[in-house]
Design a binder for this molecule. Structure first.
Ligand SMILES: [Zn+2]
Length: 75
C-alpha cells in the first residue's frame, strides 16, 4: 500500500523515485514510514526524494553532489 501525500508529484523522470515538492514534506512522509533507518531526504532537480542514496555515495566513493545537478550560485 502506498499513501500519497498532497505534496507528491509523481515519479522522477531522471531516476524513477517518488518526488515531493518540499524537503519538509519529504521528511513528513519519512516520519510516517515503518522503517526509516537509512532513508534520507535529498534533492534531485527541483524536487525532493526520499530514499536510499546510491551505494557509491553511502560508501563514500563518490560525493553526493556528483549525482545531483549543480546548484546555481546566487551570489
Ligand atoms: Zn530523481
Amino acid at each position: 500500500m502506498t499513501s500519497f501525500h498532497k505534496s507528491y508529484v509523481g515519479l522522477c523522470p531522471t531516476c524513477g523515485k517518488h518526488c515531493y515538492l518540499t524537503k519538509q514534506d519529504a521528511k513528513a512522509i519519512r516520519r510516517r514510514m515503518p522503517h526509516d533507518e537509512h532513508l534520507s531526504v535529498y534533492r534531485c532537480g527541483q524536487y525532493w526524494h526520499l530514499g536510499n542514496l546510491p551505494k557509491p555515495v553511502i560508501s563514500g566513493r563518490i560525493d553526493r553532489s556528483k549525482i545531483l545537478p549543480p546548484r546555481r550560485r546566487t551570489r
